[in-house]
Design a protein. Structure first.
Lengths: 206, 272
């Protein structure tokens, strides 16, 4: 069973519907024991870093994700705010985050070369696969994925970046380390390519 | 670079898709779930549904449509028409829409924009505005905001309302020209450009697309980030792939929708 971690914010049902469409059973839950019991976990959604972390802590899910999912070697997928809270700190709300991956999360600049940049970026952007990873199996390089974000992650170790994109500046679009994979784009809203990545994640060997 | 989006618009009345030409004379063209699936498979970048006979009794029908569509398509879609309260917005988002499109409700109560942005995030709130050219004094953009499906003038300037909407927290603006809507003579590039240059959020051009060239104009001269299409695609004059091929050939950054029949591949590989 795949646990979709409910932290009382983002739209979790869209990820659940995508998983159901792919034939994978899942459960939306905010209960630590249900997340612990799952084979793998997904932290999805749209939200602000500060509120997301507050809710995860209040529910005791921060420790569960650190120790019983990531620490226990179970496949973990973070989507959008779910990639951002993996890092040490986010500029959004000056939030201390999970610290599972070393690095920080910063805001897109308001302008680049004197030209204003639209923030948040809302829409389909090309994703360059900067190194091979099993979640990209069957997905062509430079495929468009759907993004909605004002902030982006900056891992301390650039070797963890598996995909990049550009919005005024080049930015990290996906990271991976061991059993952890996370994307800044919304797999559940990215058409066939997004479904393929989601399916690939569900088939990753623990 | 973010791709320019092509967004088919489906007007829904009592659970069925219609296309209003200048908001009159609606003719049935189909089942919203089947049409949503069709445009999703064709490579539409997003969809928008307008509940054009929104009334409290009918709200439930639209929610059922939204729920059914959300199970079939895996791209963003927004829902608008008659959303007046935070609860109206919450209902369509919970049913599976990615965004809500608010229009007359926001003009009557602008705090609805801020409340929606606070509750669901700006990215969920599209401020849709019906605008009409006017010679009325005191409207510097020369365009007035009209509400109630094109019936009620507001004496609000279109450009100023767009700026106010952004300040209140709208994540995107949809600018629908009542003059251009249904004419197939092209988008109103003047007001689209003025608003696109004046705000820092994405602007969606709407009303008037009759040929591929009109979309190119909206994205270049009009400065739009996305364009709504209706009859040009509903009646089969152009398909979404036709439009995308033309725009890509004209140098516009457009999303290539890939078709991955990966479940067949999995089936073959596992030999079942």
């Amino acid at each position: 069973m795949i646990a979709i971690v409910d932290y009382k914010a983002g739209n979790l049902t869209s990820v659940a519907r995508a998983l159901e469409h792919l034939g994978h059973s899942c459960e939306i839950t905010d209960r630590p024991e249900r997340v612990r019991a799952a084979d793998r976990a997904i932290l999805p959604g749209v939200g602000a870093a500060g509120a997301t972390m507050e809710n995860l802590r209040a529910l005791g899910l921060d420790e569960v994700l650190r120790n019983d999912v990531v620490g226990a070697g179970k496949p973990f997928l973070g989507i959008c705010i779910g990639i951002q809270v993996l890092f040490d700190w986010s500029e959004e709300d000056d939030a201390r985050c999970l610290g599972i991956i070393a690095g920080r999360v910063v805001r897109f600049p308001p302008a680049v070369d004197g030209r204003p940049l639209k923030v948040p970026q809302i829409g389909w952007n090309r994703v360059r696969q900067t190194q091979p990873h099993p979640v990209f199996r069957g997905v062509p390089d430079n495929t468009h994925f759907y993004f909605v974000n004002s902030y982006y992650p900056v891992p301390d170790d650039p070797a963890l970046v598996i995909a990049a994109s550009d919005h005024g500046v080049p930015f990290c679009a996906a990271v991976a380390r061991d059993n952890v994979v996370a994307t800044q784009f919304h797999l559940e809203k990215s058409g066939a390519a997004g479904l393929r990545l989601l399916d690939n994640f569900c088939r990753l060997e623990p | 670079m973010i791709a320019k989006r092509i967004i088919p618009c489906l007007d829904v009345r009592a659970g069925q898709v219609t296309k209003g030409v200048r908001f009159l004379d609606n003719a049935d063209v189909g089942d919203p779930v089947a049409m949503a699936r069709y445009y999703y498979e064709q490579g539409a970048d997003e969809l928008v549904f307008y509940d054009i006979t929104a009334s409290n009794e009918r709200r439930g029908i639209m929610i059922d449509v939204v729920r059914a569509v959300a199970r079939e398509i895996f791209i963003p879609f927004s829902v608008g028409g008659g959303l007046r309260t935070l609860e109206d917005m919450r209902a369509v988002l919970l049913a599976g829409a990615e965004k809500v499109s608010i229009d007359s409700g926001a003009v009557r109560d602008p705090s609805l924009i801020a409340a929606g942005a606070r509750a669901f995030g700006s990215q969920c709130v599209v401020l849709s505005m019906q605008v009409k050219r006017t010679g009325r004094a005191g409207l510097p953009s020369g365009h007035e905001v009209i509400i109630d499906g094109g019936r009620t003038p507001t004496r609000r300037d279109a450009f100023e309302w767009a700026r106010e909407g952004e300040r209140m927290g709208a994540g995107e603006l949809c600018v629908n020209s009542i003059d251009a809507d249904g004419t197939k003579a092209g988008y109103d590039l003047e007001i689209t450009r003025m608003i696109a240059d004046g705000v820092g959020i994405p602007v969606i051009a709407s009303g008037g697309a009759g040929e591929p060239r009109h979309l190119l104009d909206a994205f270049t001269a009009g400065g739009a980030d996305a364009a709504i299409v209706a009859s040009i695609v509903h009646y089969g004059e152009c398909t979404i792939p036709d439009l995308k091929r033309y725009l890509r050939g004209s140098g516009v950054e457009i999303r290539e929708a890939i078709n991955l029949d990966f479940r067949d591949e999995e089936t073959k590989r596992s030999g079942t």
